[in-house]
Design a protein around this ligand. Structure first.
Ligand SMILES: [Zn+2]
Ligand SMILES: [Zn+2]
Length: 348
């Protein structure tokens, strides 16, 4: 089968490799669509993981083979694939910190080499632990693979929205109106909140408004803070969601968040970047800082419900589609987005 193998920093190699062989409790999925995620791009462009590997984890496809002990799944079923599933037994799982679970981190879908998602291949193997614990989600007949590939990223965004306890009537600053920021805007609206977005690209500012933001501004606007005060009865936003890895965006969020509000780090920052802050700013204004990484097992059904019942407008998020062969071109596109670049989907 064809696969895009990570052979070193910025080195993707389109290769013929063997289709993964199945153990009795495993399932093989023929990848229909796989979303290109910011985290894939980081893994390709920086020296974070030893090569060779096959990345890609926002996978939707068709079951192509099942192991001899698999009873509940049949060849031909269409599924969205969760690339990790927690153990549900460890101290992290007991506290619902599923993404910190060692099992969650260590057992993942694979197309070969060190397991790393494996969606950037024609076929991906789903380990027994994931098959047996709810990691395959049947796709309804009227839902496309394109839409189904959003179950995983929707879960990640939903987890952040839930963690920040965004409630009806609250105002939420979303910094960055790329694919993730736009999903945040849609989810905030779905849960009854009001999103205010910022971005540097005029097209994204407009797009933010078109998908439901109450207001959207250029992040360089010197009056941003006063404009946001005006929109929030002089208080500031209840929550800020950082969808860009920028210290400037953080300080802006700090300026624009109300006393007792929350700031959530969603985008992963460069490791070398440090943000100096006087703790009294947090103490006196009782600002909570929080982080949200990856998805939540507990939100899987709700994520599937949101996508499969079209409670957010997935079609508005997809801007580019590339064949698997052109993955490097897709990565370049995502790294240097033009006015109309949002979510990029890959077709093995
Ligand atoms: Zn992702
Ligand atoms: Zn666990």
């Amino acid at each position: 089968m064809k696969a895009q193998v990570f052979r070193g920093v910025n080195q993707l190699s389109y290769e013929d490799i063997p289709v993964p062989a199945l153990e009795p409790n495993e399932v093989l999925v023929q990848v229909g669509v796989v979303g290109l995620c910011q985290s894939d791009i980081k893994k390709i462009r920086y020296s974070l993981y030893e090569p060779p590997r096959i990345f890609g984890h926002e996978t939707a496809g068709t079951i192509a083979a099942v192991g001899s002990n698999v009873e509940n799944w049949q060849v031909g079923q269409r599924v969205a694939v969760m690339h990790h599933i927690p153990c549900m037994r460890c101290a992290y799982c007991m506290n619902e910190n599923y993404s910190m679970c060692e099992t969650y981190k260590n057992i993942t879908t694979t197309a070969g080499f060190a397991p790393s998602g494996g969606g950037f291949a024609e076929f991906v193997k789903v380990p027994g632990h994931i098959v047996e614990n709810g990691g395959l989600i049947p796709i309804p007949d009227d839902i496309s693979f394109e839409e189904a590939s959003f179950v995983e990223p929707t879960n990640c965004c939903l987890k952040a929205v839930k963690k920040a306890q965004i409630a009806p009537g609250q105002t939420v600053l979303v910094t960055g109106a790329g694919p993730i920021g736009l999903m945040f805007i849609m989810l905030v609206k779905y849960f009854g909140g009001k999103a205010i977005a910022t971005d540097l690209l005029p097209s994204r500012i407009e797009k933010a408004l078109s998908v439901g933001a109450e207001a959207a501004f250029d992040a360089r606007d010197p009056d941003l803070s006063s404009k946001i005060q005006k929109l929030t009865d002089g208080l500031g936003v209840d929550v800020a969601l950082l969808a860009v890895p920028s210290d400037k965006a953080f300080f802006q969020a700090l300026d624009c968040t109300r006393k007792g509000g929350k700031i959530l780090f969603f985008a992963e920052f460069p490791d070398e970047l440090e943000i100096p802050i006087n703790p009294n700013i947090l103490y006196r204004r009782e600002i909570d800082l929080m982080g949200s990484y990856s998805s939540s097992y507990k939100l899987q059904n709700l994520s599937a419900d949101i996508v499969f019942n079209r409670r957010i407008d997935i079609k508005a998020l997809v801007s580019h589609q590339y064949s698997l062969q052109d993955l490097s071109v897709a990565v370049e596109k995502a790294v240097a987005p033009t006015a109309d670049t949002y979510k990029i989907l890959i077709y093995p």
